[in-house]
Design a protein around this ligand. Sequence first.
Ligand code: SAH
Ligand code: SF4
Ligand code: F3S
Length: 476
Amino acid sequence: MKRKQIETPIEKIFDQEKYIELIHNQLESERNSGKKGRSCFLTTYGCQMNEHDSEKLSSMIKAMGYTSALSEKDADLIIFNTCAVRENAELKVYGNLGALKQLKKKNPNLKIVVCGCMMQQPHIVEEIKKKYKHVDIIFGTHNLYTFPELLYKAMTENERVVDVWDIDGEVVEGLKSTRLFSVKAFVNIMYGCNNFCTYCIVPYTRGRERSREAVDIVNEIKELVKNGTKEVTLLGQNVNSYGKTLDNPVSFAELLKMVNDIDGLERIRFMTSHPKDISDDVIYAMRDLDKVCEFLHLPVQAGSTSLLKKMNRHYTKEQYLDIIEKARKEIPDIAFSTDIMIGFPGETEEDVEDTIDVCKRVRYDSAFTFIYSKRQGTPAAKYTDQIPEDVKHERFNRVLEVINEISGEVNKKYKGKTVEVLVEGTSKKNDEVLTGKTRQNKTVNFTGGSKDLVGQLVNVKITNPKSFSMDGELAN
Ligand code: SAH
Ligand code: SF4
Ligand code: F3S
């Protein structure tokens, strides 16, 4: 892997602008000489962190003058922003890359880019270099903002560019043209993770935890609000430990207060909260700050204390349930979601029962369930007590059934109630139906309104609550 010194952020900002302009000029002169414009197709895997990185890539691509392609077939630039958290996602990327070989033959100008978390693993970069020679650019998570420079190099030198940094990217502020504006926006408050849960690859792909300065976060959100954003989701792998590494430490609860004070902003969400670090102050902030939504994503992973210990999670079943109880007492209409992992090495039938027990006690509004997947380089991959695939699947289906039944029941209590919805757009299936989310993060599809309500908060009466969404009618 190539090791590279980080230049100062100022030089990097300059570089980004310089290379965006160089590519922009080239694309413009192509169009002026009668050639058709170039277009880009971007596919994103993984979590909100990656989705947000893709937003940043999209805005760079737009500034360079590319349009969006409808499919890979039509594109001159194809990008895969990859996720390494489970094997499935990795296999999909390999499959997709293989299929692109033919396209490259048809369109010699086509540039194929793979970036994101998979690329932070040396064995994967080697595999791609060896087996997928048609890939033009490979870069990792730490140097996303150098993409215009890498693309320019690949275009002008016409050879493969590989640039993966094995050092934590420093926090770079002030990048221009890296924002597309919309009603809802993600905002990174920190990068990386220090927790090393024994199953997880993220600390290896995203590096050590580093927080952004609160003032930079607040300024970014003010800028978003000026451009029409109503809701922000503050992003980090463990937001509850925000600010610890800053020269002048700021707690996550203090940050929430600062963001809550921004005029014009309507809603604040955040993820992910690690149960070991959530403080009472965060629960009180959720209770007291009007813009912070009544929704908490609190991954439990497993209900069994001994399994949690093997996962290196640093909380017990009882401690987890205490947090839920406290949050529910302070914020009665709070909704909970979680991540659950089935089939971690050594998992017993009793462990699965513990997980089911937690689900029944918490009564999650929604839950993301995952089958444990071995990740090369993590401690759990070497454990000898791996669970056979068929056992994992049977347990997974059993837990999923409980979860789905509970979320269906939980939603029923909304029947006939009027809820606040931030309107995001029209429903995919029907133009007459508007769609948006409640403060509890529930999707509501409703009739009685028109497109001009997009971006506004409206009251909706729920007529038909279902397991994964609710139907309603405009109430005001
Ligand atoms: N920082 C977040 C999680 C990020 S990864 C947290 O700590 O909660 C998102 C989810 O992917 C995790 O919560 C976990 O449930 C799942 N996951 C992580 N590694 C996995 C693995 N090796 N196999 C299966 N699921 C995994
Ligand atoms: Fe992975 Fe654990 Fe960090 Fe979450 S807290 S990203 S699960 S190591
Ligand atoms: Fe996210 Fe996957 Fe990376 S979950 S941090 S994109 S490994």
